[in-house]
Design a protein around this ligand. Structure first.
Ligand code: NAD
Length: 237
């Protein structure tokens, strides 16, 4: 595995499952007893902002009680150690998760679907670090308007940092997908792009994802076991 230089890693809800954060698909189509359409679309927010704010307030409070697991820790180790293995080696860690467990483990990460711990002012466009509730309409720290929403990308909205992610995919010689169902685009399409551009592709997941056929190799099992094993392999060579 150490012939590789530039690695792009995509993580999904499965990497945080063993930290006690629910995934989407594992709840039988419900996300903490809510239909995704009722809490994770701009239409839902327009229809019932109170329901959506309460839902995200609850998730924001919950993730602050959770801690990174062995998979987050191993990825942080790779992120820090890989560039030291040779000039020009890069790891780009992209997550669909809106929790902060990768950065709490010590990795730098691109949050393509936003972050639970940020609030976005829809009036002045400022994003502020945010730990408390939004349900009571607190003022934006930058402009004072009561127009804050969770800074998460809902279904139907454009993911963040796509230029950076595509640039990393173009130079990747290894693409690794961890704990994602491969159901949510554009992230689900990264494996095809990486493969078309000549990268080796590896999937680490509890079960084969929807795009499993695009991977050169699939390893099945819990992320807390598979990810540390794979990181050891990468750093051993
Ligand atoms: P998903 O819920 O669709 O799929 C989760 C995947 O993880 C499944 O394939 C499942 O088999 C796998 N998985 C479950 N437990 C695992 C484990 N212990 N080890 C390895 N794999 C495991 O999640 P997704 O693909 O990330 O996509 C859906 C969307 O869910 C994303 O947009 C994301 O923003 C959002 N989401 C985020 C969080 C979070 O921030 N932690 C939690 C739930 C949903």
């Amino acid at each position: 595995m150490t012939q590789f230089r530039n690695i792009v890693i995509l993580t999904g809800a499965g990497v945080s499952a063993e930290s006690g954060i629910d995934t989407f698909r594992d709840g039988g189509g419900l996300w903490e007893r809510h239909r995704v359409d009722d809490v994770a679309t701009p239409e839902a927010f327009a229809r019932d902002p109170g329901l959506v704010q309460r839902f995200y307030d609850m998730r924001r409070a919950a993730i602050q009680e959770k801690v990174p697991n062995a998979a987050h820790m191993a990825l942080a180790r790779l992120d820090q150690a890989w560039p030291k293995k040779g000039m020009g080696r890069t790891v780009t860690l992209v997550t669909q998760n809106v929790d902060d467990l990768h950065e709490r483990a010590g990795a730098s990460v691109i949050h393509m679907h936003g972050e639970h711990l940020k609030a976005w002012c829809t009036l002045c466009d400022t994003r502020s670090h945010w730990r408390g509730p939004l349900i009571d309409g607190p003022p934006c720290p930058a402009c004072g308007a009561r127009a804050l929403r969770p800074d998460v990308v809902w279904f139907g909205e454009m993911p963040y940092h796509m230029d950076r992610i595509h640039a990393a995919l173009r130079s990747a010689d290894l693409f690794v997908s961890i704990g994602t169902s491969g159901a949510v685009y554009p992230a689900a399409g990264f494996v095809q792009s990486a493969r078309d551009l000549g990268a080796r592709t590896l999937e680490l997941n509890l079960e084969p994802s929807q795009g499993s056929r695009w991977f050169h190799e699939t390893r099945l099992g819990p992320a807390s076991e598979l990810v540390p094993e794979w990181v050891e392999e990468m750093l051993a060579g």
